[in-house]
Write a protein that binds this ligand. Structure first.
Ligand code: URA
Length: 217
């Protein structure tokens, strides 16, 4: 698996990241969602540089211009619910992409000590021979992401798999590295220190789904 950490280069990403993490800014849910969306557009632009293009001639009012277009169709699939704002940002760049949604959640044991990943809902277009971008803003253990990947790849074979994450923990990266095909690329905004006992990313930002959409029961 190839890993591309966007924060290795200075860019406006630092500013969006700082706002996302800051407790006093997080109270503004609209800004929180918007910052994830903006990071989605930056991730999408970086992904776009790695894709294949074919020649494409366009007619302008004054003549012909030889240009390029994407060689393969793109599908953006997001893990509900925190993936929604990231999905919107990716879709802003790949505006012709088809969309897919899949739900995964941690089903905790009664003592809250362990959990299993449940994948329960999916609405996914045909992925065969397309560029699949899977959006999951917080790559923590990597277990829900892998469960979703396995479900999506059960019967379909995309040409390329790209994973887009805003923040990743080293544990999640290692886990994906062990389990995902070699030709996968993981695009990350920033890599944090570690997971805590509850498998939240530290320092991270908290619960991305709750911060974007409000607390759940
Ligand atoms: N999901 C989140 O929203 N935050 C984390 O820190 C880990 C998973």
């Amino acid at each position: 698996m190839k890993i591309r950490n966007l924060s290795e280069q200075n860019s406006v990403l630092h500013q969006f990241m700082s706002e996302l993490r800051a407790v006093d800014v997080q109270t503004d849910r609209m800004r929180f969602r918007k910052n994830i969306e903006r990071i989605g557009t930056l991730l999408a632009f970086e992904i776009s540089k790695s894709l294949e293009y074919v020649p494409n001639t366009v007619l302008t009012p004054l003549g012909e211009k030889h240009s390029f277009r994407l060689a393969k169709p793109v599908v953006i699939a997001s893990i509900l619910r925190a993936g929604i704002p990231l999905h919107a940002g990716l879709l802003d760049v790949f505006d012709q992409a088809e969309s897919g949604f899949i739900s995964a959640y941690r089903a905790y044991s009664e003592d809250h000590g362990s959990f299993e990943i449940k994948v329960e809902y999916q609405a996914i277009p045909d992925l065969n021979n397309k560029i699949l971008i899977l959006a999951d803003p917080m790559l923590a253990t990597g277990r829900s992401l892998l469960a979703c990947c396995e479900k999506l790849l059960e019967e379909m074979k995309p040409a390329e798999l790209h994973i887009a994450a805003v923040i990743a923990a080293p544990e999640g990266i290692d886990y994906l590295q062990k389990h995902l095909p070699e030709n996968t690329t993981l695009w990350i905004g920033e890599i944090d220190e570690a997971l805590n006992a509850q498998n939240y990313i530290v320092p991270g930002l908290g619960d991305a789904g709750d911060l974007a959409f409000g607390p759940k029961l």
